[in-house]
Design a binder for this molecule. Structure first.
Ligand SMILES: CC(C)(COP(=O)(O)OP(=O)(O)OC[C@H]1O[C@@H](n2cnc3c(N)ncnc32)[C@H](O)[C@@H]1OP(=O)(O)O)[C@@H](O)C(=O)NCCC(=O)NCCS
Length: 324
C-alpha cells in the first residue's frame, strides 16, 4: 500500500519488512531488475520476479526493502533451509546503487537470520552485486568471500569441434532415475573443492540431491533443459562418471548449471566432451549463446571454458558467513 511507503518527515531512509509492502510497491524495482538481468546477462528474470510478486502478495516472503523518500530503492529476501540461511536476491536500483545501501540490506538479512537459533551458516551469490575485493561487508569477522566469473559464449561463432575423450565412455541424455548416482558423483567430485566452501550442498550426497532437485524444479538457475543435460558413463564398467546439466535462461540462451567429472577419470577429455555436446545441442535447438558461472580460483575449469570459447563478462562475489 503506497501510504505505508511515506516515511516520517525526519526519516528519509528506512528499512521496511517486506511483509508490510504490497507487490505493487515493489513493481518498479522488479521491472528494473528484470530489465537489468536481460540487458546485462541475457537472462529472463521474469519467472523469479513472479515468485517474488506472488510471495510478497501473500505476505509470505521474509526480507526487507530499503525505502527512501517514499520509494523502494532496493530490496532483499532470504530463505531458511534447515540450518542454513540463503540471501535469495538483493537488488538496489541502478541510480541509487552504492555499497552502503547494499550493505544495509545485507546487514538486515544477516540480523534476521542470525537471530534464528537453528541457523549456523549463511550463503549468498548475488550476480547484481559487483565484485570488489576491497568491498566492506557486514559481519566481516565471520565472512569468506569468493570471486566468481559469469562467462558467456557466442554459439553463432563458436567452433565446437570434435571431442577427444581418451578412454572408453558413452553419453546419454539426463533422466530422473540418474538423480541419486548424480548426487553421489557431485559429493565425490567436490570433496575438498573450493566450491563446496561456497555451497555446502556439495558436501554430501543428501545436500547434492537437494541441489539437483532445486535446479530441476525451480527457476532460480533457469528452466531445466533436458535435451542438453547429459550423463557420461565409463565404457567398460558402465559407472556414471560425469554430468553436464543445462537450463534455458531465455528461449535463445542456454546456461550450464552444473558440470563435474569423477576424480578418477579427470583429465581424459570427458568434461570437454560433455560440455561440447551440451553446447552443440543448445545450438541445434536454436540457442544463440550460453553462459555459466565458475569460481575464479578454479583455474582448470576456467581454462577449459576459455579454450572452448567462453569469455568472462562479469565478476561477482559469493559470500559465506559461518561461526557467528
Ligand atoms: C572441470 C571438470 C569438469 C573438467 O573435467 P575433465 O574431464 O577433467 O576435463 P577434460 O579432461 O575434458 O579437460 C579439458 C581439457 O583440459 C586438460 N586438462 C584437464 N585437467 C588438466 C589439468 N589439471 N592441467 C592441465 N590441463 C588439464 C585436458 O587435457 C583437456 O584437454 P582436451 O579436452 O583437449 O583433451 C573437472 O575437473 C571437475 O569435475 N572438476 C570438479 C568440479 C568442477 O570444478 N566443476 C566445474 C564447476 S564450474
Amino acid at each position: 500500500m503506497a501510504a505505508r511507503l511515506h516515511p516520517a518527515p525526519d526519516q528519509h531512509r528506512e528499512i521496511v519488512d517486506l511483509r508490510r509492502l504490497s507487490a505493487r510497491d515493489l513493481e518498479p524495482l522488479l521491472e528494473e531488475e528484470c530489465h537489468a538481468w536481460r540487458n546485462e546477462l541475457e537472462w529472463d528474470f521474469e519467472k523469479s520476479a513472479d515468485l517474488v510478486r506472488r510471495f510478497v502478495g501473500m505476505s509470505a516472503l521474509t526480507g526487507s526493502a530499503l525505502v527512501e523518500d517514499g520509494r523502494v530503492a532496493g530490496y532483499m529476501y532470504y530463505v531458511l533451509e534447515e540450518d542454513k540461511g540463503l540471501i535469495g536476491d538483493l537488488y538496489v536500483r541502478h541510480e541509487l546503487r552504492t555499497v552502503e545501501r547494499e550493505n544495509l540490506l545485507i546487514a538486515s538479512a544477516l540480523d534476521a537470520m542470525i537471530d534464528c537459533p537453528s541457523v549456523t551458516r549463511i550463503e549468498s551469490q548475488l550476480m547484481m552485486l559487483h565484485h570488489d575485493a576491497a568491498r566492506p561487508a557486514p559481519r566481516a569477522d565471520y565472512l569468506s568471500v569468493f570471486e566468481r566469473n559469469f562467462m558467456r559464449i557466442d554459439l553463432k561463432r563458436a567452433v565446437l569441434g570434435k571431442g577427444n575423450p581418451r578412454r572408453p565412455m558413452y553419453v546419454e541424455k539426463w533422466s530422473d532415475h540418474y538423480h541419486d548416482a548424480a548426487a553421489q558423483l557431485i559429493a565425490t567430485a567436490y570433496a575438498g573443492h573450493i566450491d563446496s566452501r561456497i555451497n555446502d550442498q556439495y558436501r554430501s550426497p543428501g545436500g547434492a540431491r537437494r541441489f539437483l532437485h532445486n535446479i530441476v524444479q525451480y527457476p532460480g538457475c533457469g528452466v531445466f533443459y533436458r535435451p542438453a543435460s547429459l550423463v557420461a558413463f565409463e565404457g567398460v564398467s558402465g559407472t556414471l562418471c560425469g554430468i553436464s546439466l543445462a537450463s534455458l535462461v531465455t528461449p535463445e540462451t542456454g546456461h550450464v548449471t552444473q558440470i563435474c567429472v569423477s576424480p578418477s577419470v579427470r583429465g581424459t577429455g570427458i568434461g570437454h566432451e560433455l560440455l561440447r555436446q551440451s553446447l552443440s545441442t543448445l545450438r541445434e535447438m536454436g540457442c544463440t549463446s550460453a553462459s555459466l558461472t565458475v569460481t575464479a580460483a578454479n583455474e582448470d575449469a576456467v581454462a577449459l571454458y576459455e579454450r572452448v570459447g567462453f569469455e568472462t563478462i562479469r565478476r561477482f562475489s559469493a559470500f559465506a558467513w559461518e561461526g557467528f
